[in-house]
Design a protein around this ligand. Sequence first.
Ligand SMILES: Cc1cc2nc3c(=O)[nH]c(=O)nc-3n(C[C@H](O)[C@H](O)[C@H](O)COP(=O)(O)OP(=O)(O)OC[C@H]3O[C@@H](n4cnc5c(N)ncnc54)[C@H](O)[C@@H]3O)c2cc1C
Length: 381
Amino acid sequence: MSMERNDRVEPTESWEAAGPVTRMSVVVIGGGQAGLAAAYYLCRQPGLDFAVLDGGPRIGHVWHRRWDSLRTFTSARYCSLPGLAFPGPPDRYPGKNEIAEYLARYATHFDIPIRLDSRVTAVRRVHDGFEVQVTTGTVIARSLIIATGAFGAPFIPAFGSQLPVGVRQLHSSEYRNPDQIGAGPVLVVGAGNSGIQIARELAGGREVMLSHGRPRPELPQQVLGRDIFWWMSIFGVMTAPVELPLVDALTGSDPVVGNRLQQMAQDCAVHLVGRARGVSGGQVITDDGECLAPATVIWATGYRHDWSWLAPEFLDGSGMPRHAAGVGAVMGSYYLGLYRLKTRGSALLGFVRRDAERIVAHLVDHLDTDMTLVPDQETVD
Ligand SMILES: Cc1cc2nc3c(=O)[nH]c(=O)nc-3n(C[C@H](O)[C@H](O)[C@H](O)COP(=O)(O)OP(=O)(O)OC[C@H]3O[C@@H](n4cnc5c(N)ncnc54)[C@H](O)[C@@H]3O)c2cc1C
């Protein structure tokens, strides 16, 4: 494999580089769990020069920002990245700050070269690799791994903008704790794992409504004294390719883990309402005909990705990255951590390692290839 050090180079003629230009073999974009798992395997390649670029101010900032009472739905046994066991008893459910601290310790432990406050704003292919524009300068890399998260920008339905200005609105990603929420009824929209946990926490002392759509599969946290992820692991559910028809049929919808919607609503006096479908007369209208006048709306309505910082050749007609199980259609580009990238575990802490190992092995083979022989070849359509 030919190795290049982080030499400074002059920009190519076609390119107006912003800030200093650095050349290296591999860039990992995103330093969350997926990027760090990739870095672990890259560190194992003797002499390979690479850097992890992360737009955040500190490692684990995504977890630090999640709500205060959040505990993982995977037990500590299933929160470990490759090479470093998650600390403490394996059958407990760690808090979100513990995860953030573990990620920071992980990066230190393996001396992972991570550059914080380095947001990537544009990527395009050039003849010898990729131009990566970063808020701090520009990097030219022969190969890149995109690990910017399974959950992109918070999504709020368009009709949210029709609510009266007096109704406070926040996305679940902005929710921290009940003290943040003022007086009056609260409507939580979306009954996935986040929505149910937030509604449950807010109930007790205030009126809480939870708007839900189609029922989701519900999984108990434990079965016969064992964590559900233990069972799913031994039956191969977490590691089977999602494109297998049987796996897809069995695991199609994302389950709610550890909470039964109807039971929780009854136990916590949460008022269940149908899917929120619009706003009329300043009130939220639901599928089942209710008109709701909340003082606060918490949108637990998920995330949408914005991939516009990738050049068009990376994307399909719907603006999503073109890849096959993480191997990018643009030769030399890779993806990690995306939801169902290859398996149900692809976006989860304890399971991302398999994809990371496979993708880095593919990338190393790619670097070993003389790219000048196949400059425009693509690996998948
Ligand atoms: C509420 C919630 C609870 C969850 N609980 C669990 C759980 O219990 N167990 C479990 O296994 N999984 C859980 N997950 C799923 C998953 O593990 C997390 O979402 C995890 O944070 C995903 O890791 P990631 O590395 O793929 O992405 P992220 O953690 O989102 O990290 C991506 C990184 O990329 C950086 N980045 C993004 N764009 C750019 C850019 N353009 N340039 C540079 N850097 C960029 C970000 O700053 C960030 O640091 C949960 C998810 C949510 C939303």
